[in-house]
Write a new protein. Structure first.
Length: 161
């Protein structure tokens, strides 16, 4: 675990909740743009190296999900499509497209907030389809799930009005 010391000398523990709060800030940015409120940050060696949120409507691009956008930024910064040693934080369980990109990019960890019930659970998918891959992804679900759930519910409630 890393610690961050700010200018006032205060120490903050940088753990999964810290990074998920950053992903939630990205999700709120998506919400402010009338996008589905999904946010993502990518962390390497305790530092956030990339962040993004859904921009599907803005770009009119079905692939412009928070995770894909952040992966492109991280790959550009690191100069490689291989994101070994990186963790990806997203406030909502990734869709199948994003999960494929996360596994292909060789992330060490995937940490997400609330489950997306449209799909099977990631554990089931990973166990069934990805068991023969050399690379194994560690998944941590449920980090700050309530704020993520609230954001998603408020978005879809407003959409139905």
């Amino acid at each position: 675990m890393k610690f961050l010391i700010n200018l006032k000398g205060l120490v903050f523990l940088m753990n999964d909740e810290y990074y998920m709060k950053e992903a939630l800030l990205e999700a709120e940015m998506a919400l402010s743009k009338d996008e589905v409120p999904v946010g993502c940050v990518i962390v390497k060696d305790g530092e956030i190296i990339a962040r993004s949120h859904n921009l599907k409507e803005f770009h009119q691009d079905v692939t412009s999900h928070a995770e894909i956008n952040a992966i492109k930024i991280a790959s550009s910064i690191l100069g490689s499509w291989r994101l070994d040693g990186c963790s990806i934080y997203v406030n909502v369980e990734p869709c199948l497209m994003c999960l494929g990109a996360i596994v292909s990019a060789r992330f060490d960890r995937l940490i997400y907030g609330v489950r997306d019930k449209k799909y099977e659970s990631l554990d089931e998918i990973l166990n069934r389809y990805l068991e023969n891959f050399n690379h194994q992804l560690k998944v941590t679900p449920g980090v700050l799930s309530e704020p993520s759930k609230t954001l998603m519910q408020s978005f879809f409630k407003k959409l139905r009005e």
